[in-house]
Design a protein around this ligand. Structure first.
Ligand SMILES: O=C(O)CCC(=O)C(=O)O
Ligand SMILES: [Fe+2]
Length: 331
């Protein structure tokens, strides 16, 4: 039976001898066998997570006109309406209906004079903050900072898992890209068609996806044997998985595992994944076991997110995609 490993970060935080090596080995196992792991003692307070869920609920409870005033743009920032995306890059090849969720996306809060903003670089736009939600922006920025801090603290474990020095990833993450997604999944009726998902089977595009999942179940992942298993979050733990960027950078040594959401819980479900990636301008050269050239040439984050996706998923080429690799409709 496949179980999702639980990595306890406390010994690492305490500076216990051998903690990094032990976690590195556990992570290596997680990414070669399952593609998902839980973290305990991750350092993000329950209070902040609860507040972030409350903000997600507050955002989605607004009238649709208010949400549409921050409609998603070419940077994949803003509000994606209910059933506004279909997973064309479907990880299991089934044809699915539009995803039964709505979501809003935020990235690093750049200022208009930032060089990448001035240059008009894709995915380096300005956040679209809702006008009628006082305090919302501050809470979201707090959440982003906390998730980013956790992501940064895990980089030495990733490096160790790959047989590299602990500080290997540091130069690639001096100004890392990230996207906070706040999703709302309505209840799916028992009569809903079989091929309607909250989010259809997909792999993320990320280096690292940190999921602050709420108490409502619905997420499952597909094991390498092809079985779907539920991924319920144990109390206080966060769920982390890798996407295509991690897979490519590790020369396919690490898994990007397909997962999906079906919300037949009878309740509204909210989810807050945080997609954590390297610097915009970082060049990712495949990290091979023996240092020989990888299967794929080196690539930058920007090339990866635009050109690479286009080349691989030509049928969805012309439209922007959200960070879980779906085509966004009506953008
Ligand atoms: O809602 C969840 O639990 C996971 C969502 C997800 O896989 C995604 O947004 O990429
Ligand atoms: Fe995902």
């Amino acid at each position: 039976m496949t179980t999702i490993p639980v990595l306890d970060l406390k010994p690492l935080k305490d500076g216990a001898p051998g903690a990094l090596e032990k976690l590195g080995a556990e992570m290596r196992h997680a990414f070669t066998e399952i593609g998902f792991y839980f973290v305990r003692n991750h350092g993000i307070s329950e209070e902040l997570l609860d507040q972030t869920f409350a903000e997600a609920e507050r955002f989605h409870s607004q009238p649709v006109e208010a949400k549409l005033s921050v409609r998603i743009n070419e940077h994949n920032m803003g509000y994606m309406p209910m059933r506004g995306a279909t997973t064309r890059v479907n990880a299991v090849g089934d044809v699915a209906l539009p995803n039964a969720n709505e979501a809003v996306f935020f990235k690093r809060d750049l200022t208009p004079d930032h060089p990448d903003v001035v240059a008009g670089h894709r995915f380096r736009g300005l956040n679209q903050w809702p006008a009628g939600l006082p305090g919302f922006r501050e809470k979201i920025l707090d959440a982003c900072a906390a998730f980013e801090g956790l992501g940064m603290s895990l980089l030495p474990v990733y490096a160790t898992a790959l047989g590299k020095p602990a500080d290997f990833f540091a130069p690639f993450f001096t100004d890392p890209m990230f996207t906070l997604r706040m999703s709302h999944y309505p209840q799916q009726e028992a009569t809903a068609p079989e091929n309607e998902f909250g989010i259809a089977p997909h792999v993320d595009t990320s280096f690292m996806t940190i999921l602050a999942q709420n108490k409502i179940p619905g997420l499952s992942l597909r094991t390498t044997d092809g079985d779907w298993i539920d991924a319920p979050a144990p109390e206080g733990a966060l769920l982390i998985n890798g996407g295509q960027l991690l897979r490519r950078w590790t020369d396919n040594r690490f898994l990007a595992t397909p997962h999906r959401v079906i919300n037949r819980s009878g309740k509204e479900r909210y989810a807050i994944p945080f997609f954590f990636d390297c610097n915009y301008h970082a060049v990712m050269t495949p990290i091979t076991e023996d240092g020989t050239p990888g299967r794929m040439p080196p690539i930058t984050y920007a090339e990866f997110m635009t050109g690479y996706q286009k080349a691989n998923f030509h049928h969805a080429a012309e439209k922007p995609k959200s960070d879980e690799g779906v085509e966004l409709q009506g953008v």
